[in-house]
Design a protein around this ligand. Structure first.
Ligand code: 4NP
Length: 169
């Protein structure tokens, strides 16, 4: 995994979760991962953000169904949608795309592949990765949002297990 420097409170590990609209999947991942690091006492070792590769929903709160499902699981989604920028490639240590389309959109901003070592997919960390994509729930019902939550939770737990090992070592 992209991890090339000591992680301290002064120099936290920076993760950006990325989907299309930045209102459903990536805000869920941002909120879940933030909750997990807080629960484990690592809050100050991480800087966690999310973004979308489209401009459709800039400035919006997370989708009401995403917020409802997250809140039922004790996670408050506080994000406002923003677009993923080329400068985010420099800014973050790890950039996690929710699906192949967004993985491609991010890589399109990096034509020389100088950041490809830190661009991964969320379900690379899912112990049951399915087809590798976190499915887009936007046009569907609440069950799709619950599925996103479950997939993202599993993947975030596993990701944090891996990062925690490195922070301790
Ligand atoms: P997200 O979901 O990428 O998980 O935030 C979507 C949100 C909006 C749209 C598509 C997906 N849209 O087409 O507007």
């Amino acid at each position: 995994m992209a991890y090339k420097r000591p992680v301290t409170k002064e120099n936290p590990y920076k993760i950006c979760f990325v989907c299309l609209g930045n209102i459903c999947r990536s805000p869920t991942a941002e909120g879940v991962f933030q909750n997990l690091v807080n629960e484990r006492g690592f809050g100050s070792y991480f800087y966690i953000d999310s973004a979308g590769t489209s401009a459709f929903h800039i400035g919006e709160k997370a989708n009401s169904k995403s917020r409802k499902v997250a809140l039922e699981n004790g996670v408050e989604l506080k994000s406002r949608a923003r677009r993923f920028e080329r400068s985010d490639l420099d800014e973050f240590d790890l950039i996690l795309a929710m699906d192949s389309e967004n993985f491609q959109n991010i890589n399109d901003l990096d034509p020389k592949n100088s950041h490809s070592h830190k661009i991964k997919k969320m379900r690379d960390f899912d112990p049951s990765p399915g087809d590798g994509d976190v499915p887009d729930p936007y046009y569907g019902g609440l069950d799709g949002f619950q599925n996103v939550y479950d997939v993202v939770y599993r993947s975030c737990e596993n990701l944090l297990d891996e990062l925690e090992e490195k922070i301790k070592s």
